[in-house]
Design a binder for this molecule. Structure first.
Ligand code: FES
Ligand SMILES: [Fe+2]
Length: 400
């Protein structure tokens, strides 16, 4: 059955132009076979977010995360370079850590105490060579490392050596976000949610503001539907922007000071970007809200949420920050509720496939085609908005 998910027939509805396309079929959200193949075709090949860079600011922090079906360790070496390793000992394969750790200089295997430094080098093998072991050289047994990069304040890892470098993978997004300097932003708060919905429902929901008025009545007061427009260049992401970022009688998003040195456009906009496959990134002038999606099963996803503040906002009081945090928690809970409800309807209600609103849901079509490309082994980075698209997808005016 799994071979069917790589066939042209399975993806034919998604491949049509958005006006005539179908949404992802039911199996994409419910089938264990689809989920398993997705882990291989998407998460074992793409750039997968595993942490926020600032989570590694303490010396010796080692985070246990996953890339697809693999458990990985995320850390910085003595040169402060980010390193990501498979979480398996080179002696007889034991899982090294089962929870985040801090203050480590050596990662010790619990089984026979082999030890690895934070560059992955094998530095301890107690009593292993009491009797000579032929041809054994510790330098031949470092931890297996993955490609790792910091991009937009987030640590990404990639298992596949043939995948494009991250700067190419995300296309022009690095330039679009450069003015914020996100790599230097600081973690203010984190939260984790386990959700009874497929990871793609959460990402798709994030990519459209069609639901804004009905699912988020309070958010819609700050972030008006009419102020949204598409924000997509060439690259593996889907995006929208709100300008101005706060447009009515609530100013929840503006309680904290803005980052220094922003352009006029950045200072007045909210960027909402779904980085393929597993990041939902909201960047506002004074904070960023990062959600990393960790798929746990066809109908289960873990969200790791991080609020980042610009480096000169560390003295923002708890009270002031709470306005922004509480606002996001409420919005996110509304999104989680509706996505769990979608999951139940797709699973139990006999849904097969639907249609897209061309005006509001084009990013979902772009996302579905990125997914199709991965399943069908097409290494293609989607193009960006075309001149003339504004009349179809919104025409927010950037301030001068
Ligand atoms: S399996 Fe790790 S030291 Fe033996
Ligand atoms: Fe929403």
């Amino acid at each position: 059955m799994s071979e069917a998910y790589t066939s042209d027939e399975f993806w034919q509805g998604v491949r049509k132009p958005v006006e005539s396309a179908s949404t992802l079929p039911r199996d994409a959200y419910t089938s264990p076979g689809f989920f398993e193949l997705e882990q291989t075709m998407v998460f074992d090949r793409g750039w997968v977010a595993v942490a926020c860079a600032d989570e590694l600011s303490q010396d010796g922090s080692v985070l246990v995360r996953s890339v697809g079906s693999r458990s990985v360790l995320v850390t910085r070496n003595s040169e402060a370079e980010v390193r990501v390793f498979l979480n398996a000992c080179r002696h007889r394969g034991t899982e090294l850590l089962d929870a985040d750790a801090a203050g480590l200089s050596v990662i010790r295997c619990p089984y026979h105490r082999w030890g690895y430094n934070l560059d992955g080098r094998l530095v301890a093998t107690p009593r292993f060579t009491d009797v000579a072991v032929e041809g054994f050289d510790p330098s031949d047994y470092p931890l297996k490392s993955l490609r790792a990069e910091v991009f937009a304040g987030i640590v990404f890892a990639c298992l596949d050596p043939t995948t494009a470098p991250i700067a190419e993978y995300y296309g022009d997004l690095g330039d679009r976000l450069a003015g914020y300097g996100l790599n230097g932003w600081k973690t203010r708060q984190t939260a984790t949610f386990d959700i009874a919905a497929n990871w793609k429902l959460l990402s798709e929901n994030f990519q459209e503001y069609y639901h804004l008025t009905w699912v988020h009545p309070e958010l819609a007061k700050v972030s008006r539907v009419k102020d949204h427009y598409r924000y997509q260049g060439p690259g593996m992401y889907c995006g929208q922007t709100t300008t101005p970022v706060s447009g009515d009688d609530r100013d929840d998003w503006l309680a904290m000071p803005a980052a220094a040195g922003l352009s006029a456009s950045d200072a007045h906009s909210g960027r909402f970007l779904a980085l393929f496959p597993n990041v939902m990134l909201s960047v506002l002038p004074n904070h960023a809200f990062v959600i990393q999606l960790e798929p746990l099963g066809p109908g289960r996803t873990r969200e790791r949420c991080t609020w980042l503040l610009p480096p000169d906002s560390t003295d923002v009081t708890e009270e002031t920050f709470a306005v922004t945090q509480d606002f996001w928690v409420d919005v996110n809970n509304e999104d989680i509720d509706i996505c769990e409800r979608s999951q139940r309807g797709i699973h139990n209600g006999g849904f097969t496939e639907g249609r897209y609103s061309v005006r509001f849901e084009e990013p979902l079509h772009r996302f579905a085609n990125m997914l199709a490309d991965q399943f069908q082994c097409r290494q293609r980075i989607p193009a960006g908005d075309q001149d003339g698209d504004a009349s179809r997808y919104g025409d927010g005016r950037l301030p001068v």
